[in-house]
Design a protein around this ligand. Structure first.
Ligand SMILES: C[S@@+](CC[C@H](N)C(=O)[O-])C[C@H]1O[C@@H](n2cnc3c(N)ncnc32)[C@H](O)[C@@H]1O
Length: 349
């Protein structure tokens, strides 16, 4: 039998609860923000319907031999969910690539970084929003003392030390850019390079217009010149890091300029899927697309078989009228062939 081509990336938000931080602009809304909002795809830190571990593992076993090639484990905080190592083991035994999207502080737990290396985790994207600890800890306040900026940086160091001279995992810093931290477009990648990381991704904050922090944080046309100059400096810096493709800053700028629009030839195409903690499966992580999906097209990974779920094209993949500011943050996910395949030699495509 001809093997199924493995072309799909699955962004899997594993848990709703986040044990590590209480980031103020988080995609996962806080309880008081959404008492009555039941929009499909709207994520909440409080969800009593997260899949039990047994069902998570059962679905994960079916990914072997499916069209899924790469799984991004996000959340909530995936590394603070106890069964996560068992899950990673199943995924790696199934021949999948695994990238952990983490706040980084769990990497300080004795033995955890070493275990991720042993399991063959392919990538770790660690969130750090600034080189300024005060800024970072204001907008990404840790739940526990010691889990702020210093804890994140020491977690990154622990993982790099555990990796030693091995090629895996590739380690990168992800930074949410707001109108208050534009210099971090270059400063955090510089820190990433100094630490010995392999990649860096500055991504624009995505906030609905009615969010209480929208006016304080969301980028506007007024920031476009600084945004442009920041990315220009970053690409010219020659840092020994993988950066998003050169076309990315233009997408960021257009998402800032016009929050919703039609996009020609969407980068996600039919190869990027998104699974929520309750198992809901979407053929695209754009909040507008999820909200527009008719109820009869809603699907779940719960009790499902991945070969069937991903067996035929979603039909997505061309021009999309439901582009939203959150889409642009998914774009760098599609660049991981390059990130995971690369040696630490820098230079964007
Ligand atoms: C939701 S977190 C989950 C994984 C993990 N707990 C972490 O802190 O990285 C995944 C990524 O989304 C980013 N993020 C969360 N809310 C965002 C928003 N409103 N706009 C842009 N990025 C956001 C986080 O900073 C992080 O880099």
């Amino acid at each position: 039998m001809t093997p199924i081509p493995r072309t799909i990336s699955l962004l899997w938000a594993l848990r709703s609860y986040c044990g590590s931080h209480q980031c103020k602009p988080c995609y996962f809304t806080w309880l008081d923000e959404q008492r009555v909002d039941r929009t499909p795809g709207l994520l909440s830190h409080f969800s009593p319907n997260d899949m039990p571990a047994k069902e998570v593992m059962a679905f994960a076993r079916t990914l072997k031999g499916s069209a899924v090639r790469r799984v991004f484990l996000a959340g909530g905080e995936p590394l603070m969910w106890r069964p996560v190592l068992d899950l990673i083991e199943i995924l790696k035994e199934g021949g999948l690539e695994v990238v952990v999207c983490t706040s980084g502080v769990a990497l300080n737990q004795p033995g955890l970084a070493q275990r991720l290396v042993e399991l063959g985790v392919d990538g770790a994207s660690v969130s750090l929003d600034s080189t300024d600890p005060d800024y970072n800890d204001t907008w990404r306040p840790p739940r526990k003392e010691g889990d702020g900026w210093e804890g994140v940086v020491s977690g990154v160091k622990a993982l790099l030390a555990a990796r030693g001279s091995s090629a895996k995992p590739r380690v990168g810093l992800y930074t949410v850019i707001t109108k208050l931290n534009l210099p971090d477009i270059t400063a955090v990648p510089q820190l990433a390079a100094d630490l010995g990381c392999d990649y860096a991704v500055p991504q624009p904050v995505a906030l609905p217009q009615n969010h209480s922090l929208h006016d304080t944080l969301a980028l506007t046309d007024a920031e476009l010149p600084l945004l442009h100059a920041g990315f220009e400096r970053l690409y010219e810096s020659g840092l020994p890091l993988q950066l998003p493709p050169r076309t990315y800053p233009g997408q960021v700028a257009s998402a800032v300029h016009q929050l919703t629009a039609a996009v020609d030839g969407c980068f996600g195409g039919d190869t990027l899927y998104f699974a929520e903690p309750d198992g809901s499966l979407w053929d695209c992580p754009s909040s507008l697309k999820m909200a527009a999906t008719p109820a009869e097209a809603h699907r779940t990974i719960k009790g499902s078989d991945a070969a069937e779920l991903f067996g035929k094209s979603s039909g997505c993949g061309n021009d999309c009228a439901l582009f939203s500011v959150d889409c642009v943050n998914m774009w760098p996910l599609m660049d991981f062939d390059r990130v995971l395949g690369a040696t630490n030699s820098g230079s964007p495509a």
